[in-house]
Design a protein. Sequence first.
Lengths: 113, 112
Amino acid sequence: NAGVMQNPRHLVRRRGQEARLRCSPVKGHSHVYWYRQLPEEGLKFMVYLQKENIIDESGMPKERFSAEFPKEGPSILRIQQVVRGDSAAYFCASSPPGAGELFFGEGSRLTVL
Amino acid sequence: DQQVKQNSPSLSVQEGRISILNCDYTNSMFDYFLWYKKYPAEGPTFLISISSIKDKNEDGRFTVFLNKSAKHLSLHIVPSQPGDSAVYFCAAHTGGGNKLTFGTGTQLKVEL
């Protein structure tokens, strides 16, 4: 069974461009989470989604960031007009309903020049 | 507001000895606790967990202890092996969902 798949693994953007990060959960998992890890910090929760629904977006910055998990296809984390402070590793995780444990992907590392 | 705290950023242990990683939390609503291990350039991988109704859970070389009154948990690894060298994250969630709150991590180095 494939685990959580994230792409791209590395993404370089210039300030003001858009970044799109994709996440395919473990087959059969209906819950997706996005976390961000800034240099020298722990993982910070951003958003929790189920198919076509945002359940909890309390960790998402108010502007420029959005996330979706459509009925078909991967979950997308979108960052518009990127700034240098957006440089980080973005991790996606998935779980089946009711599970206590999250399964993480290998992360997408965004570098903003 | 750091609800899950790992006050030791790093720990160095000799191979074969016990590694003890500590974690404190402030939110009394947390009822499920997990430890994740992370190698550089990889995602975190689940190691072991414990429910708040227990005070100990053991899996091979790994044991997690929970002291609810002190809001403290610890991960014991014995015997420690060089392959255990990684960053260890403590995490917790409340019964309402799977959203995990992570600590800042402890870098464990197991030396030969």
